[in-house]
Design a protein around this ligand. Structure first.
Ligand SMILES: Cc1cc2nc3c(=O)[nH]c(=O)nc-3n(C[C@H](O)[C@H](O)[C@H](O)COP(=O)(O)OP(=O)(O)OC[C@H]3O[C@@H](n4cnc5c(N)ncnc54)[C@H](O)[C@@H]3O)c2cc1C
Length: 345
């Protein structure tokens, strides 16, 4: 028989369980009912007693790892806490909220206990097999995942289940405290405050007159047989600094960091333009080192004047998707443009 553990954590107040945690409790209870499985709940908090009072009637056994070390979200302490909670019951299925606090540790916890993990889960069905449903490509492809491997960790997206409300007719379960027997790894991280980047360090500028898009070509081998990622980064940042343009990217370029390829460190998926990215609105757009494929170009539908620089005369841009295509080396063109802009002051 499958056994289920729901891992929870407190919110910023430190006293109450986060809404996502209470949603995971509901999901755990529903799954346990479908499978006839045993359900336990684990809490990570500085003080867990008050949080546990929100779980009256939720499960027979409620565990907690608590103490000052667990007041703040931090990889070392949270991963150790979640691992200890798993080892207390060794469940086959672990449900947890896909919060920033748990998303950053749970893959490591699954790895430490020899399990598998799926993230962004929106629903869990249980008939012959347990089936976790999730979306890919921003709600374009829905997939139902089944796995034989156990333990199986499932991180649940927020808003997919009702938050659990304690029952007034049930008795509170005895809180079982788990102390971490092995010493905690050195705790080097302390949250002392939040500092947001300065406006001029932000590369996404919705009000800019120009959208500058970088494609994967910037990090590909160039005619000399070498890659020139550092030079590419320097040229792009120089251009953005001189023009105040907003920075977009193709999907290929932002994805390749995950594949261990050379990357431009200032780009994230938030810069991605296209079908599975953003569709910004700017009067002008300049694409560089990008092929201009349809899933990318569809993100340009609100850009009035479109220009592209590509080495490939047969690229998608050249086939009627840009108003002007420069068949040229973007390293040379942007280098020259930066020189002219610097001279202009
Ligand atoms: C369901 C789905 C959704 C997708 N959603 C998106 C999306 O939202 N956004 C997106 O961008 N893509 C999306 N894609 C991927 C898209 O189809 C393309 O694979 C991607 O846009 C290609 O990126 P790229 O042009 O940067 O890279 P490449 O195809 O590798 O092209 C690189 C280009 O750089 C040129 N180049 C190289 N060096 C130079 C140089 N020195 N000077 C000038 N040019 C040079 C090359 O000639 C080449 O044309 C999606 C795909 C699918 C299947």
């Amino acid at each position: 028989m499958e056994s289920i553990l729901v891992l929870t954590h407190v919110d910023e107040s430190g006293a109450a369980l986060s809404k996502g945690s209470l949603e995971a409790v509901t999901a755990g209870r529903e799954l346990a009912a479908k499978l006839g499985a045993e359900l336990a709940i684990g809490i990570v908090a500085q003080h867990a007693t008050k949080a546990a009072s929100q779980l009256v009637g939720a499960a027979k056994r409620v565990f907690a790892v608590q103490g000052d070390a667990f007041a703040q979200p931090r990889f070392a302490s949270d991963a150790a806490a979640c691992e200890a909670l798993w080892r207390a019951t060794e469940p086959a299925i672990v449900l947890a909220p896909h919060s920033s606090r748990f998303a950053r540790v749970m893959a490591a916890v699954a790895y430490r206990v020899g399990g598998a993990i799926d993230t962004h889960v929106t629903a869990i069905a249980a008939a012959e097999n347990i089936e976790a449903t999730r979306w890919f490509y921003r709600q374009r492809i829905e997939s139902a995942v089944t796995r034989d491997k156990r333990p199986w960790f499932l991180l649940l997206d927020a808003g997919t289940h009702a938050a659990f409300a304690p029952s007034s007719s049930s008795e509170a379960s005895q809180l079982e405290e788990i102390s971490i027997t092995a010493p905690l790894p050195a705790i080097r991280t302390e949250v002392t405050g939040i500092r947001a980047p300065k406006q001029d360090a932000v590369t996404i500028r919705p009000e800019a007159k120009l959208l500058f898009v970088a494609g994967a070509g910037w990090t590909k081998k160039q005619p000399d047989g070498q890659i020139h990622t550092d030079e590419a980064g320097h040229l792009i940042l120089g251009f953005l600094g001189a023009t105040g343009a907003s920075l977009g990217s193709s999907k290929s370029l932002v994805d390749q960091g995950g594949e261990g390829h050379s990357v431009l460190p200032f780009l994230t998926h938030l810069n991605q333009i296209g079908q599975t990215g953003a569709t910004p609105r700017h009067p002008k757009g300049l694409s560089t080192c990008c092929h201009g494929e349809e899933p990318h170009v569809v993100g340009w539908r609100f850009i009035a004047d479109r220009r592209a620089i590509s080495l490939d005369p047969n690229c998608g841009w050249a086939r009627g998707k840009a108003d002007v295509v420069y068949i040229a080396d973007a390293f040379q063109v942007i280098g020259k443009l930066n020189e002219l802009l610097a001279a202009k002051g």
